[in-house]
Design a protein around this ligand. Structure first.
Ligand code: F6R
Length: 364
């Protein structure tokens, strides 16, 4: 039921602090100040390579996971969309863990890729939302998300719950590989516990986002920029906007803009910049200024520090709570989802049932 919400998508966006807390609850051991995974029949310390395979929004969780796993566990990660992975004759080798991410657990390409790996004797793991799904049954290690049923076709709460599980997985792998001192793990647990509260703070920015949406709704094209783990969030922002508002949008790594897309920039193209303050902030700001010099209308999504430093010439800023870089993707998901939602509402599209899309893509 939609309750007091106009659409399932809006309800599901607002449910995120609760369902992410629920998901984290099954992966955090607050007393031990540790992160835990479900029991498994293989030894994580033997994993020498991780292949992450998924489609669409779920594949962006994989891209964020690559940053986290490589940073914390120092294990190399490859990320593929399932339709490419299954047909590209990937190298499969001992020590490899193949990790599949899917809300439905039924996506045809992702399932086929999982079966391909299993047949080759590769250990498989799944971050899956629907507990009764085929992938949930077939994965060697099931890491469930506890987002509950997701009705809106555009994935929102399943996505952030997948990110929460990915953070737990990366942390566990790092410990298993002897790369995570107890005090660092304690810090990670603490930051993950802050996520629901930070998500609530982000949800409180909905009024500003509605203002931004009125402006974005007039555009024909929109660009999203982000760096590091916020680069996949730029991709996610662009995908959400495309699928429910039918406005053309692209996500880019901030540093890539000058390698082509800057040619598109003029005063009619809103530029949404996802930039929590941190070590890479200056670099993103200089990319943003290059675009502003060419007339770009920038919407800056950042925190107090970032807005103080770079919020002057933007047409609007969206103030996020200051968060640890690890949890930024979970929190910055909220404004990109809300923006897509409010642009779609402003355009009068069918938010919960966008044209041509199906909730579960069971044919390739
Ligand atoms: C976008 C969206 C899709 C799905 C994709 C994979 O909002 O929902 O891109 O993420 O079809 O679906 P699952 O996660 O069910 O495998």
């Amino acid at each position: 039921e939609k309750g007091n919400y106009r659409h399932f998508m809006l309800k599901e966006i607002h449910e995120q602090p609760i369902v992410v807390a629920q998901t984290l609850k099954s992966y955090l051991r607050p007393l031990e100040e540790q992160v835990a995974l479900p029991d498994m029949e293989f030894d994580l310390s033997g994993v020498t390579r991780v292949s992450i395979v998924a489609c669409g929004t779920s594949s962006y969780v994989g891209m964020v996971g690559k940053y986290w796993i490589e940073q914390f566990a120092r294990v190399p990660v490859e990320v593929d969309v399932a339709s490419e992975y299954r047909y590209r004759d990937p190298v499969l080798e001992e020590g490899q863990l193949a990790l599949f991410i899917s809300q439905s657990g039924e996506t045809a390409d992702t399932l086929a890729a999982m079966r391909h790996c299993k047949e080759a004797g590769i250990t498989t793991a799944g971050i899956i939302n629907v507990p009764t799904s085929t992938m949930a049954r077939e994965a060697d290690l099931l890491m469930p998300t506890h987002a509950g049923p997701e009705i809106g076709v555009a994935s929102t709460k399943a996505f952030t719950c997948q990110l929460a599980v990915m953070a737990a997985f990366a942390t566990n792998l790092a410990r298993a590989k002897g790369r995570l001192p107890a005090d660092e793990e304690r810090e990670i647990v603490r930051h993950l516990q802050e996520v629901p509260e930070c998500m609530n703070a982000a949800l409180e920015r909905e009024d500003v986002i509605e203002k931004v949406a009125a402006f974005v709704a007039k555009a024909r094209d929109v660009l999203y920029l982000g760096r590091g783990p916020d680069y996949p969030m730029a991709l996610e922002g662009a995908l959400k906007l495309k699928e429910i508002s039918y406005i053309h949008a692209e996500g880019y790594a901030s540093g890539e803009m000058k390698h082509g897309p800057i040619a598109l920039i003029d005063e009619t193209v809103p530029l949404i910049v996802l930039a929590p303050s941190g070590p890479l902030f200056e670099k993103t700001v200089s990319n943003m200024q290059e675009a502003q010099a060419r007339g770009a209308q920038v919407v800056l999504i950042s925190d107090d520090t970032g807005i103080d430093e770079a919020g002057n010439d933007v047409i609007e800023y969206v103030r996020m709570p200051k968060v640890h870089p690890l949890i930024a993707p979970l929190v910055y998901a909220i404004p990109v989802q809300l923006l897509a939602y409010h642009v779609a509402v402003a355009k009068g599209t069918d938010v919960d049932q966008p044209r041509n899309l199906a909730k579960s893509v069971t044919v390739e």
